[in-house]
Each structure stands twice: as C-alpha cells, then as structure tokens.
Design a protein around this ligand. Structure first.
Ligand SMILES: Cc1cc2nc3c(=O)[nH]c(=O)nc-3n(C[C@H](O)[C@H](O)[C@H](O)COP(=O)(O)OP(=O)(O)OC[C@H]3O[C@@H](n4cnc5c(N)ncnc54)[C@H](O)[C@@H]3O)c2cc1C
Length: 388
C-alpha cells in the first residue's frame, strides 16, 4: 500500500523521525541490506544524545576531558569531573533507533534505492530500484534523510551544503592507558582544514581525521598521523571513510518534500558532529509532518514550519560554528601555536572545562572576555561572531 509518509534513509535522522510520528502510515527506504553499516562515524556524542535514543547499552566509554595538541607540540589538557561525552557503538546505535521506528509502526524497506520522483497532481510518484528491478510508490510527503549526497535534495532542486570535508578513521585493537580524555590534534600538516583525533573506547581505540576537500584524500594524512602518534604498528580492525557536509542549504523544504540530518547539513561546523542536530531536527520534522498530514496540506508554505522550527533552535549555533570554522581555517600553524601559548592558563582551562560539545560557541564570549588579545587573530570575523 502507498504510505502517507516516505522517509529515504534508515540512518539516525530517518529512524528518529519515524519514531516520533503517530498514527501515520510510514515507510523508511534504505539502500543497504540492513541499517547501521557501513559505519562513517567516530561515535562521540554528548550524553543527551544517548538519552534521546534510549540507547544506553551502546556506551563504550565515558570522556571527561580532552588534550589539545598544537602544531609545535604544546598540549592543553582540560579535565572535568562531569561526563562530557560518550563513545558509543554506532552500528548498535543505528539498529536501536531503527527498532524504535519499527516498534512505532513504521515499515522498513531495505535493499531499495531512491532514484527520483515525478509530481502527479498533489502527490509524488517515487521511483525506487532493487535487485528485482524498478518499483513505484505514491506518497504525499517525501523526506530526504539520505545523507550528505541526498538524492532527494538533488531531485527536488534544493541546493547542496556550502562545503564538505572528507574523513577517514581506523579502529585499532589497542587499549590506551588513559581512557578519560579524547586527544585532538590541529595543524596544517596533520589535518588541514580540520583536526585529527584519538578516542579511547576501552579495548579499542579510534584514530581518524578529516581534511578540507581542496586537500584531496585524507588517507596519506592518516598514515603519517598514525606513525607520528606511535600507533602505526597497532592491529587495524576497521577502516572507514566518509564525508561531512558543512553549512545548510538556504532551503530545506519544498512542496511535498523536506530534508533532515546530513541531507540538510544539520552538522556542527567546527567538529563535524551531526547526530544531535539531525535527531533534534527529525523530531521537529515529525511534528510538522503530522500537522501536514492531518490538514492534507503539503505545500512548501505548510512545511516551512519545519524550516522555521529547526532554524530557530539550531540555526544560530550552526551560523556561529561556521564563523568559528572560518577563523580556525584561516590560521597558519604559527598563529595556532601563538594561540596555544596565550591560552595555556589555568583560568582558560577552567572555562574550556565548562564546554558542551553540542554548543561550542557558548565558549566564545567567556574566552574572549578572559583573553581579549584573541580578538586580534581575526577581528572582523570574531566581531561578527560576538554580534550573533
Ligand atoms: C569520519 C566521520 C566521523 C564522524 N563522527 C561523528 C561523531 O563522533 N559524532 C557525531 O555526532 N557525528 C559524527 N559524524 C557525523 C554523523 O555520522 C552524521 O551526522 C550522521 O550519520 C547523520 O545521520 P543521518 O541519518 O542524517 O545520515 P546517514 O547516517 O548518512 O544516513 C543516511 C542513510 O541513507 C541511506 N541512503 C542514502 N542514499 C540513499 C538512497 N538513494 N536510497 C535509499 N537509501 C539511501 C544511507 O545508506 C544511510 O543509511 C561523523 C561523520 C564522519 C564522516
């Protein structure tokens, strides 16, 4: 039977949306044979994300601080007594979210790929493909939860994100002695345009990095980084690569269609984390979808309630993140080292220890108040940041 709501993509955003619609005939279409793989994620989230997913069984490790390595070798070590982030089993996380969606009545159609759609009256005729050949289904509301490449977004003429970075990560069969801190490395020779990380996950350790697209593939950077960190001899049990979209498109809705999660670039620009923003937005999309279905109004005007809702809660943080990223990517290694020198103070570390990984821009004002000389590194952009 034709569904009232068709969600393309069985990742965290798609499953979360399906979990929050009630009494609606919905189907999730996933191109892979099962949800949860391939994994393209470090799996580092704020504890609130695990709560949102009711998925405490996915927790592998609790992180209470970080070590920030500057290009010249300076290390800023920040500790706190609170759990600041959790390392999770991302495959299991996706599977649990998918189970919630199915328990809520959604159907999951795996091994089917969205290919495009045609407008037929006020509805859409959606073209799917599978190993059995093409399949067509009608729906009034189509949701693109299909990741950064979003074929739904492309077919609907919704613009892509502003920028992408490419990431690579390996999971090592090695247990680090220090388990409570994530290591972050910055520098244009290490991970140009982004950063590298070492995340202790109990018996295993995730090591990865991202680079801005203009620097090519991240593989060689990872090889060099593993060597530099002294982890090149450790047994690699997994290797995965992925792309992070940065900067949402101007519009995430059009008649009969809306985009959520990575498809809408609902990602933190500074860290690339997308689970929190995607899941929050998916919940808002579910509410608007229920109203649209109840009122049988699938116009862009009706669906723009979703656009307004997610932008008013999360848009400011994303825009501030884009500005912070602009400052960060404009820095030479020499300037980064100078910043490291200026910030290597107990009062600064105390401020950093209050940070929330989902709202990094909240640190900007207290940091600049404590160390006003930071402003000179990018007066114009930092000025814009403070005005937002
Ligand atoms: C290297 C790396 C590390 C990361 N680390 C973190 C982290 O530590 N914390 C964090 O919060 N975020 C992290 N992220 C980002 C996070 O993985 C994404 O933000 C998150 O997966 C987005 O969820 P989503 O459901 O929107 O999209 P996705 O997880 O990409 O799911 C999209 C789904 O759609 C399916 N699909 C795509 N096209 C079609 C089609 N045409 N037809 C049918 N199905 C289709 C895909 O198979 C997939 O299952 C990382 C990303 C990368 C690349």
């Amino acid at each position: 039977m034709d569904p009232q709501l068709m969600i393309i993509g069985g990742g965290p955003s798609g499953s979360t949306m399906a979990t929050h619609v009630n009494d609606i005939d919905s189907v999730i279409v996933e191109e892979h044979t099962a949800v949860g793989s391939p994994i393209q994620c470090t799996g580092l989230v704020h504890p609130r994300v695990v709560d949102m997913a009711s998925a405490s069984e996915t927790i592998l490790n609790t992180i209470t601080g970080f070590k920030l390595f500057f290009p010249g070798g300076r290390v800023l070590e920040v500790s706190s007594n609170d759990p600041k982030a959790l390392a999770i089993d991302r495959k299991q996380f996706d599977e649990i979210l998918s189970d919630h969606a199915i328990e809520n009545g959604s159907k999951l159609l795996v091994s089917h790929r969205f290919e495009g759609f045609k407008r037929v009256g006020n509805a859409l005729k959606v073209h799917l493909s599978s190993s059995d050949g093409p399949r067509y289904m009608n729906t009034s509301l189509l949701v693109g939860a299909d990741g950064y490449k979003s074929m739904v977004g492309k077919s609907a003429g919704l613009n892509a994100c502003r920028e992408t970075v490419r990431g690579i990560q390996t999971e090592l069969d090695i247990c680090l002695e220090e388990q409570d801190k994530v290591e972050v490395y910055i520098g244009n020779n290490i991970a140009p345009g982004f950063f590298a990380w070492v995340l202790p996950c109990g018996e295993r350790t995730r090591v990865g990095l991202c680079v801005s697209r203009k620097y090519g593939t991240p593989n060689q950077y990872l090889t060099t980084f593993l060597k530099r960190r002294g982890l090149d001899k450790a047994k690699r049990v997994e290797l995965n690569a992925g792309v992070i979209p940065i900067g949402p498109p101007k519009k995430t809705v059009t008649d009969n269609i809306l985009l959520i999660g990575d498809a809408a670039a609902q990602v933190k620009p500074l860290s690339g984390g997308g689970l929190f923003l995607g899941m929050r937005s998916a919940k808002k999309a579910a509410k608007v979808a229920m109203n649209s279905i109840a009122e049988e109004d699938f116009s862009e005007r009706s669906l723009s309630n979703y656009e307004g809702a997610w932008r008013s809660e999360l848009g400011k943080e994303i825009e501030r993140g884009i500005l912070m990223r602009k400052v960060f990517t404009s820095m030479s290694d020499k300037k980064l080292d100078k910043i490291g020198e200026i910030m290597d103070r107990d009062d600064v570390k105390e401020i950093l220890a209050t940070g929330d990984i989902d709202y990094p821009s909240n640190l900007a004002a207290p940091l600049l108040k404590t160390v006003p000389s930071l402003i000179k590194f990018s007066p114009h952009v930092i000025g814009q940041l403070l005005r937002r």
